[in-house]
Ligand binder design. Sequence first.
Ligand SMILES: Nc1nc2c(ncn2[C@@H]2O[C@H](COP(=O)(O)OP(=O)(O)OP(=O)(O)O)[C@@H](O)[C@H]2O)c(=O)[nH]1
Ligand SMILES: [Zn+2]
Length: 353
Amino acid sequence: MSLIPTLTETVSRARSDLRMGLPIVIGDHLAAAVETLSSGRLALLRTMGPAVLTVTSWRAGTLKARVYDGDLARIEVPLDADLAWLRAVADPAGDLMTPMKGPLRSERGGDVTAHRAAIALVKSAQLLPAVLLVRVESIPEGLTRLQPGPALEQLATEAAMTPVAAARLPLLAAENSKLHIFRPDDGAAEHYAVEIGSPSRAEPVLARLHSACFTGDVLGSLKCDCGPQLHTALAAMGQAGEGVLLYLNQEGRGIGLANKMRAYALQNQGFDTVEANHRLGFEDDERDFRIGAGILRKMGFNSVRLMTNNPRKVSMLEGHGIAVAERVPLITQRNRHNTNYLDVKAEKSGHLL
Ligand SMILES: Nc1nc2c(ncn2[C@@H]2O[C@H](COP(=O)(O)OP(=O)(O)OP(=O)(O)O)[C@@H](O)[C@H]2O)c(=O)[nH]1
Ligand SMILES: [Zn+2]
């Protein structure tokens, strides 16, 4: 055992550095998230070497920038570009007011693993996927350092889950319930499991993987169906006398609440839920369903009757060692605020509604 941080721990540090606006080192590049970068640090970085602004191919598509690197594009940063320019490229909030940022020129050729790792890291930090990368000759002291390949591999690895605490928690839907807290070893958010009754580990358990939705679950937002789905699932488990509901802190399909509110602001401009994610530079769903599979396995479940309308959840669970014996539909009432959202999920995301 050594006190030197492991790769997992270093990646976790890198994530919090990026959230604070500190650049990190990836290979021979300094990388800083545009969202949190200060103008002072930007000015310093620009004296250190040639800079590019890396965005995803989704964001590049909206900006009409050429994509030579598959999933991402490296946009040249003009010499006179300031923080406002970087932010306007990164953040679609002002796209309709000031549609042309360019002409934007994209770099082509060369190794992009550092750029790809940087985008994966800022996404995992739930920041806008736009990173300033500066290639440097000498690496400054004191910054968190990663090698691009291993950093990417670590991000693609399933985090180990440690159960940290559990206690009885009588619920309106089921008095005989327990809440378990799980902590991933990669420093990311904790997740919860509500165990109702004492389900057998030998048979498929009635299960729900619920993704956090502060607006729907807590505030009763009418824009989505999350709150009613949560309560309908708990009620069904209460009636059946047993079940397990995972409450996964993957707010906004994994982009975080701040980005979800950015997506809602774009929806106010007329874009649908999928288009809004893409304009921000995200996939329409950034959730990592391995987390749910890992928690179920940790609790001793390997087969479920899954309450969902999302066929991707079924296939992702099966791909990660949980058999889905049955898909149990979870339909809730429509209202005038969520009806388009539900239609888009059915048309674009394959939900069976
Ligand atoms: N990015 C984004 N996330 C949203 C939006 N509306 C709801 N969410 C999030 O979507 C997640 C719920 O996902 P859904 O697509 O409703 O449902 P699902 O979990 O894929 O499928 P079901 O199992 O059938 O409910 C929660 O994390 C919500 O916070 C939105 O407009 N944009
Ligand atoms: Zn919701």
